[in-house]
Write a new protein. Structure first.
Length: 272
């Protein structure tokens, strides 16, 4: 028989009894973090039985966390049910959430929205980095903070067709009689008695003309810079570059990185 809802009210924790034989082992420390940050956003499910006994069917670890945080009462939804239904409710509450799956892209988007304050979510920055690596987004953005260091590659002109060398054999596609080519008209007399007339003399070779010199760049030379670092090292580098950029009013992160390196060299040359 389904459970029957009675009421929702605050009940002294001292009056609540944990479910006997609860098989789930929850992370009470993580629940305490959530309570401090988010408050008790979900009620305990409490069964009211004979003689007014109040047993927690769902939310046993939340009750423990509330008590550890010094709370004297807990918000509870009070129901009535028989013994077998109480066991099914306890099993269902502990199991059903485990059967769900994650939309990893949606989860990553949610975590990124609150990544500056993950307290109380049960996630850490390492969890977010691991998730972004799983979805492939971390690989795409791993060197995003180095974008300012990479000069755009100049557009390469299309290669010019090679100039014909006087006297050199024609390309295969232009050889008379090649497959797909029409037979050229014969200007001279037909060979007689199998005698082939001698070829025309070759034109003299043209003198070599060197290519024009490459102009020397007038602006600063640019070169890409890239590292492979750990997540912790990446965060340290980002923080240093961001601090230097804001503290010195610099326009981009490449100038900020240069400032960090210059300050370090000065400190080595002039130790205090």
């Amino acid at each position: 028989m389904p459970a029957v809802y009675l009421e929702t009210r605050d009940i002294p924790i001292a009056d609540l009894t944990p479910f006997p034989g609860n098989a789930k082992k929850g992370d009470v420390a993580a629940i305490r973090d959530s309570l401090r940050r988010n408050g008790q956003y979900r009620s305990l499910i409490v069964r009211k039985a004979g003689k007014g006994a109040l047993t927690v069917l769902a939310g046993n670890h939340t009750m423990q966390a509330l008590a550890a945080e010094g709370a004297e009462t807990a918000r509870c939804e009070v129901i009535t049910c028989d013994d077998q239904e109480a066991k099914r409710i306890n099993l269902a509450d502990n199991r059903l959430s485990e059967l769900g799956t994650w939309d990893e892209d949606a989860l990553a988007a949610l975590l990124k929205d609150v990544q500056d304050d993950l307290d109380g979510t049960g996630y850490s920055s390492d969890d977010l980095d691991e998730l972004l690596q799983t979805t492939g987004e971390l690989a795409a953005n791993a060197t995003e903070f180095l974008t300012d260091f990479v000069a755009p590659a100049p557009a390469s002109p299309a290669p010019a067709a090679p100039a014909a060398i006087p006297g050199a054999p024609a390309p295969a596609a232009a050889i008379p009689g090649a497959p797909g080519m029409a037979e050229p008209a014969q200007d001279g007399p037909e060979p007689q008695d199998g005698v082939v007339p001698p070829p025309a003399p070759l034109a003299p070779a043209q003198p070599y003309v060197p290519p024009p010199p490459v102009p020397v760049p007038t602006g600063p030379l640019m070169t890409p810079v890239q590292w492979v670092v750990t997540v912790e090292q990446r965060d340290t580098i980002r923080a240093a570059i961001k601090h230097a950029q804001e503290a010195n009013g610099l326009d981009n992160s490449s100038a900020a990185l240069t400032e960090v390196c210059r300050a370090y060299l000065e400190a080595q040359e002039n130790p205090s």
